[in-house]
Design a protein around this ligand. Structure first.
Ligand SMILES: Nc1nc2c(ncn2[C@@H]2O[C@H](COP(=O)(O)OP(=O)(O)OP(=O)(O)O)[C@@H](O)[C@H]2O)c(=O)[nH]1
Ligand SMILES: [Mg+2]
Ligand SMILES: [Zn+2]
Length: 294
């Protein structure tokens, strides 16, 4: 009997396939090895059931992938919930923008989540929230401790395949636990001295959400590799730079020192955030100088 499902976990040559909430333990048929295709977590798969009672079978087919990420090596993720704590640890805005670039360049929708908001005054967060909202992103403010923003986060994640990204200790596992009561993902003990958490998540696994959709709990996606991105196309991944009423004078404008650059004009008149533009220049220089060294 053939059934369609989604691979939620892969360990030791076994793939765990979720078919309407029943999990089948499957091996991949040899034909994948011959074709040099490795099934990935997130793959929509057809399985051939060998025992309905023991929930065992073979993965016999993988549907075409919409997205394939390398680190973590998973398929078909749609949204990245980029999480920063407003405090403990303090937000790292360069890392935030790099994660947005990484999401944009992989065709994933970035959702920005500021957690632990009970630790600061709301006015302090509103400014930074507006910067990212005006840039065109969905921003959700949450507190696991005081149960704020969780319903809003659920509605954003509903019916999508989501992955959390962000530094250790910002509350990714805590948020996942609160979104889906009963999960009990391991939450790291935060070191008071350095205000950093420990990495407590070890393998990638898709978790089905009762309210609809999936979340990938993954140890990856915190280390950042932008080496695939050419500095000259970096501006494409700053959403607000592309939503221009009229184009820059030069079609290949990098928005750095070119004449009649609409991005530079918009930074000058405050339509585009100076903070975001400065981050663009910083990351541009980082990528460009790295390229020169090779
Ligand atoms: N004050 C406060 N602390 C929180 C909040 N959310 C999580 N924490 C704490 O922050 C610490 C780290 O939380 P985790 O959920 O383990 O963080 P993580 O992002 O999953 O960390 P890694 O798995 O190491 O990447 C824990 O001590 C949590 O109890 C919050 O909204 N407010
Ligand atoms: Mg965690
Ligand atoms: Zn320009």
């Amino acid at each position: 009997m053939k059934l369609d499902g989604i691979i939620i976990k892969g360990i030791g040559g076994f793939y765990y396939v979720d078919v309407n909430k029943k999990i089948y333990e499957c091996r991949a048929r040899g034909l994948f090895r011959n074709k040099n295709i490795k099934p990935l977590v997130g793959d929509f798969a057809t399985i051939d059931v060998i025992s309905e009672q023991d929930a065992k079978g073979y993965v016999v087919e993988i549907k075409e992938r919409h997205v394939e990420l390398l680190r973590p090596n998973v398929a078909n993720v749609e949204q990245v919930i980029i999480t920063m704590a407003v405090k403990k640890p303090n937000p790292n805005y360069i890392l935030l923008d790099k994660l947005i670039i990484l999401a944009e360049s992989n065709n994933l929708e970035p959702i920005i989540c500021f957690n632990k908001i009970e630790l600061v005054d709301i006015e302090d967060i509103n400014e930074i929230r507006d910067i990212y909202k005006n840039a065109g992103y969905t921003v959700v403010l949450t507190s696991v401790k005081e149960n704020i923003g969780i319903e809003e986060l659920r509605s954003v994640m509903k019916d999508h395949i989501n992955v959390f990204a962000g530094p250790s200790g910002v509350g990714k596992s805590s948020l996942t636990n609160l979104l889906q009561p009963g999960l009990e993902l391991k939450v790291g003990e935060i070191s008071e001295k350095i205000s950093r958490g420990k990495h407590t998540t070890r393998h990638s696994e898709l978790i089905e959400l009762d309210f609809g959709g999936f979340v990938l709990d993954t140890p990856g996606f915190t280390s950042l590799d932008l080496s695939m991105i050419n500095a000259d196309v970096l501006a494409l991944y700053y959403r607000e730079f592309n939503d221009l009423s009229k184009p820059c004078k030069f079609a290949d404008c990098r928005h750095i020192n070119e004449p009649k650059c609409v991005v530079i004009e918009k930074v000058a008149n405050g339509t585009i955030s100076k903070k975001r533009y400065d981050s663009y220049l910083y990351i541009y220089n980082e990528i460009a100088s790295r390229k020169e060294r090779y």
